[in-house]
Write a protein that binds this ligand. Structure first.
Ligand code: GLN
Length: 499
């Protein structure tokens, strides 16, 4: 298939469906796209591994040709002077940027209803006319915060999309939309040019239809970048590859004999719906039927992870977002110029409700009076969650060993298998909290992250793989695989068998 026809097909789908789905904030100029596609076709030979592949970027990746809004009024007209490193890497490999995708403002949310550009609708409910299992008008959310990226891939508007995963924002929408969502180990892919939500948790995430596609993108963007001070160094990458992985890079086998898979009992939370439990069991049996040994494991601190996350992420966010003061970037209120007493107040008034809530929460957790009882405690829990994972995995954590001292413990496990979400995609009207008739709604939304934040706190790789549909409403359900820090190859290898 030629690049021109591929690009035309993506554009046709965008013009047919995106008015309803709302996945894109900005689409590249059609003529420029087609010219570029023609150029690639004319070249005839393939130079890059992604030559002519149409990709989209969550609107927090800086791009110099399209604006970068983070789903916020504060950056509504912001144009970055440079590209994010991962955008450059994909471009160098030949990928074509179709456009920038919708997201929860600054990455805060799980339903993609907190965007200044409006909510993203789940393509499953749009493409099937909201008629899953005969129910009319069953409009669901795409999930957040990388909802636009997930919806664009799920509806064939692009081949792959990048998102960001701070506390599940790639895995959650992937599960709701029935596609693959991969969060690599923290530091594996450069965060340079990814506008920060919570630096110590932010990772670049990959959304595709298959695990093989995700691997193609990952192979291009997983490299050291000296512009990102938390990028995994070449030394640690080399120490990491000195420990044998269950799967060698890009191996294609579905023989799982020798693989040990852990089922962490703490993920069996009371909120889990019946269809999710059933598919989890099915996933476990499937891996067993391919030769894997299944063992029950315990990560006792899992139950504290959500509370710790909702202290740490807002704390980092409150600090990060202080730069949006109308002096350095984006929007500036005219009012602040007239009245010196107000300083930045009028400008910062334009953050959305959810973002304001997080700024207040984070600022409070960092104040002298509450630092010790909130922020510090949350950091301790984070450490305990990480140690839980270190205790269950065969491979030692490459951040704590040298090449000489890198023994695997064969009694432990290679990967964990868990659900991703507690339910299928929620109904859109249940997530639009503008009418605040249900004050519990925002707590409910935070609960959706309970199964995805532990891997984020530990910085370890995790992937959501579509594994079936709910027997109740017909909407997609994903399963999550989690591996030791740096063991992204094993994760992708097992994911290929499971998909
Ligand atoms: N729901 C989480 C939050 O709102 C996810 C954020 C993310 O991964 N970007 O913080």
């Amino acid at each position: 298939i030629s690049t021109v026809s591929l690009v035309k097909e993506c554009l046709a789908r965008i013009s047919k469906y995106d008015a309803k789905i709302n996945a894109f904030i900005e689409v590249q100029n059609e003529k420029e796209l087609l010219d570029k596609a023609q150029e690639i076709d004319a070249k005839g030979s393939f130079n890059g591994s992604l030559d002519g592949i149409p990709v989209a970027y969550k609107d927090l990746f800086c791009t110099s040709s399209l604006s970068t809004t983070c789903g916020s009024y504060m950056l509504k007209k912001f144009k970055s002077p440079f590209n994010a490193t991962v955008v450059n890497s994909l471009e160098e490999a030949g990928a074509i940027m179709i456009g920038k995708t919708n997201m929860d403002e600054f990455g805060m949310g799980a339903a993609n209803v907190y965007s200044v550009h409006g909510p993203v609708y789940n393509p499953q409910s749009i493409l099937f006319n909201g008629n899953h299992f005969g129910k009319n008008n069953d409009q669901r959310v795409a999930g957040g915060s990388s909802g636009g990226s997930a919806a664009a891939v799920a509806s064939g508007m692009c081949f792959a999309a990048l998102g960001s995963d701070t506390g599940g924002s790639v895995r959650l929408p992937a599960s709701y939309c029935g596609i693959v969502g991969f969060k690599p180990s923290y530091g594996q892919c450069s965060r340079w040019g990814l506008i920060a939500y919570a630096n110590s948790l932010d990772t670049v995430g990959i959304l595709t239809r298959t695990v093989g596609d995700a691997q193609m993108i990952y192979d291009v963007i997983s490299k050291f970048d000296m512009n990102d001070s938390t990028s995994i160094t070449p030394e640690v990458r080399s120490i990491n590859s000195s420990v044998p992985s269950f799967f060698k890079l890009n191996s294609n086998t579905d023989d799982l004999r020798g693989l040990r898979v852990g089922v962490p009992k703490e993920y069996f939370v009371s909120e889990l719906g019946e269809p999710i439990i059933n598919l989890w069991k099915k996933g476990i049996s499937y891996l067993r039927s391919h030769g894997a040994t299944i063992v029950s494991v315990s990560c006792p601190n899992t139950r504290h992870a959500l509370s710790a996350y909702y202290i740490l992420a807002p704390s980092e966010a409150s600090s990060n977002l202080s730069r949006f003061d109308g002096v350095r970037y984006g929007y500036r209120s005219e009012e602040s110029n007239k009245n010196d007493d107000l300083l930045y107040a009028n400008t910062r008034e334009e953050f959305g409700k959810e973002v304001k809530k997080r700024i207040i929460l984070g600022t409070y957790a960092l104040t002298a009076g509450s630092y010790g009882s909130y922020f510090l405690q949350a950091q301790k829990i984070r450490r305990m969650v990480k140690l839980d994972f270190d205790r269950v995995f065969k491979r030692p954590n490459p951040l704590h060993f040298t090449k000489k001292d890198s023994k695997c413990n064969e009694n432990k496990v290679d990967v964990l298998i868990t659900p991703v979400t507690i339910s299928t995609a929620p109904k859109i009207e249940d997530c639009l909290t503008n009418n605040t008739s249900n004050i519990n709604n925002f707590i409910n939304t935070y609960v959706n992250d309970v199964l995805v934040v532990p891997a984020s706190l530990a910085g370890i790789p995790a992937i959501s793989i579509p594994f079936g549909v709910s027997s109740i409403d017909g909407f997609p359900i994903g399963l999550q695989l989690i591996a030791q820090y740096g063991d992204d190859d094993t994760l992708l290898g097992v994911a290929k068998v499971l998909e």
